[in-house]
Design a protein around this ligand. Sequence first.
Ligand code: HEC
Ligand code: HEC
Ligand code: HEC
Ligand code: HEC
Ligand code: HEC
Ligand code: HEC
Ligand code: HEC
Ligand code: HEC
Ligand code: HEC
Ligand code: HEC
Length: 352
Amino acid sequence: MGKRSFRALWLMAFAAFALVAMGACTSMEKTKEQSTAAKLPVIEGATYVGSEACADCHEDVVNDFKHTIHGKLAGFELKANMAQGGACEACHGPASKHIDEEDPEYIINPANLSPQQQSAICLKCHTDGEVMDWRGSEHALNDVSCLNCHDPHGKKDAEAYRDKLGYKHKHVKDTQLKKPEPELCFTCHKDIMAKTNYPNHHPIKEGKMTCSECHNPHGSTVEPLLRTDERKNELCFECHADKQGPFAFEHAPVEEDCTICHDPHGSVADNLLKQNEPYLCIQCHGLHFHSAIQPNTDWLKQNGAKGPLATMPNGHSMQKIMTSRCTECHPSIHGSDLPSLSAPGGGSRLTR
Ligand code: HEC
Ligand code: HEC
Ligand code: HEC
Ligand code: HEC
Ligand code: HEC
Ligand code: HEC
Ligand code: HEC
Ligand code: HEC
Ligand code: HEC
Ligand code: HEC
């Protein structure tokens, strides 16, 4: 289903919701199913009165809310057609008793509910798209609720968010976030924040990229909350297509998982590498000498070498191996295609 038709469907769902009393709505089967997971409190004897009534005593909230997507979709213009239980009561439950008594006891205040109940309010309607995998997500399982990140009434945060980024971003919409990214995520993920300050990092703190471009904070079938339905590498290929191949000569760890060598959040080494060369490489490979280049015996001796290593003809290989990067001679570290003229083995050994 296209994004547009999905939106249209939602729009209809919301309109239906706004117009018909909660219990009588026929398209609410999912609602019942979802709300049984975390039961919401019931205000005995209360009925729906419509959002119009709220403005008398909660003018500020009403004014903020009018500008949100929820407010706009509900046709929130304080019209009479809201009289059967409109937008406010979609989250707060029927309000007649609250208004009669002017007593906060008789209205649902989500701030006083458990994280699971808070999310259940939103999940009455949001079960699809971005939020589809919420229930099994690390956030849901660790008592994070929708309200940790979203501001239900909207206080112009969305505009601040857009201004900050200054361009039309793939995922930036009027999503009523409590804080813009990445600050939102940093309130809880301090370790990741530290990494984004390392000399090498994806341009997140520069505002050119968001955490949620790589993660879906609502859940994913690929851990940890990655924004892809496929392998982790597929996420990287979305922006680094040149690393996808297919290559005539592949490098096994590259095929397996980019994060074997790269830390996506930041690194002290260049190129987001978890370690500098040659240490990165010698986790898996031995150091090698090349027939064309003899070891630097002086250097080896200074570094404690004995026996044959100390008596070989003098050269520069060992020093070169330890002080230069392996990728100076193996530049096609992600895989190579071109037949190489300069190295034995054609295009193999990732040398061209
Ligand atoms: C006649 C006045 C009046 C009307 C109308 C009214 N409220 Fe209230 N409401 C109050 C008062 C008084 C409080 C408690 C003090 C406060 O928080 O401002 C309150 C508090 C609340 C709270 C917080 C409850 C808590 O636990 O602190 C919510 C939520 C709320 N109202 C929702 C609504 C909604 C939704 C409507 C419209 C359907 C509505 N109110 C209409 C007077 C009213
Ligand atoms: C999308 C769900 C949702 C809708 C729709 C909604 N609210 Fe709320 N409301 C909440 C939540 C959640 C809280 C708890 C406080 C918080 O996290 O900001 C809250 C808190 C409140 C409070 C008490 C705290 C405060 O901010 O003063 C009042 C009063 C209130 N809402 C009134 C309203 C009115 C009036 C409307 C309609 C114009 C409305 N709400 C629409 C979810 C909603
Ligand atoms: C009565 C049904 C209903 C409830 C309850 C509800 N929403 Fe919505 N919400 C909608 C509809 C319909 C839309 C607009 C369609 C869309 O974009 O998904 C929407 C839009 C949104 C958007 C903006 C999406 C966008 O496209 O930019 C956010 C964010 C959101 N809701 C969060 C919440 C949160 C958080 C809660 C709980 C506090 C909540 N909603 C409760 C129906 C609801
Ligand atoms: C950890 C923070 C976080 C939590 C928790 C969270 N959200 Fe979001 N939500 C975001 C961010 C960031 C965006 C904007 C980026 C994006 O589009 O995913 C967003 C976007 C959305 C959107 C718009 C999606 C679209 O179509 O682009 C909806 C709807 C939404 N959230 C609903 C919810 C609901 C419902 C819950 C609880 C079940 C929830 N969110 C919990 C951070 C969060
Ligand atoms: C209210 C606190 C809070 C906020 C805000 C928050 N998170 Fe989380 N997040 C958690 C908790 C708690 C966990 C589960 C424990 C853990 O892994 O740290 C978690 C887990 C995760 C995981 C999965 C970690 C794993 O090992 O599986 C990712 C990815 C993640 N969060 C990304 C984000 C992003 C992106 C944002 C901002 C859009 C965000 N979080 C905002 C609290 C938060
Ligand atoms: C370029 C894509 C990308 C961006 C941007 C990104 N992440 Fe991640 N994140 C990943 C990948 C991939 C993993 C899995 C790493 C692994 O398996 O070693 C991950 C893992 C995580 C984890 C799990 C724990 C850990 O340390 O591995 C958390 C929490 C997390 N990211 C939060 C965030 C936050 C917060 C932001 C924004 C500041 C962010 N990520 C930005 C790709 C990204
Ligand atoms: C949404 C797009 C996007 C995704 C997804 C993405 N990247 Fe990037 N990546 C970028 C951008 C933008 C840069 C910065 C380019 C620049 O500064 O010229 C970058 C730079 C890099 C760099 C070079 C850093 C440097 O110091 O120059 C590496 C390595 C990298 N990404 C690895 C990854 C890996 C691994 C993944 C998957 C986990 C990934 N990227 C996913 C957009 C992305
Ligand atoms: C075996 C370790 C290793 C693996 C696995 C790996 N890389 Fe790299 N990557 C490197 C090294 C080393 C460099 C620095 C290359 C240089 O300096 O010539 C680099 C540089 C990069 C750069 C920045 C420079 C450039 O060539 O654009 C990007 C982007 C990048 N890698 C993406 C990826 C992606 C995407 C994957 C997964 C498909 C991946 N890498 C897997 C070792 C690795
Ligand atoms: C001075 C250039 C140079 C440097 C520096 C270099 N290599 Fe090589 N390497 C080569 C050449 C040329 C070959 C092909 C030799 C052959 O096929 O006999 C090769 C072959 C290899 C092979 C395949 C070996 C085999 O037995 O098939 C591996 C693995 C390798 N290098 C890893 C590394 C690592 C790891 C480093 C860094 C510690 C490194 N190389 C540094 C030039 C270099
Ligand atoms: C996680 C382990 C791992 C890391 C880290 C790693 N490699 Fe490899 N590399 C392999 C495996 C596995 C192969 C394929 C098996 C083989 O042919 O020996 C391979 C093959 C190679 C080859 C030989 C290709 C051929 O044609 O025979 C070269 C050259 C090479 N790696 C260089 C590097 C360099 C340079 C680095 C560091 C930037 C590096 N590797 C990091 C595991 C690794």
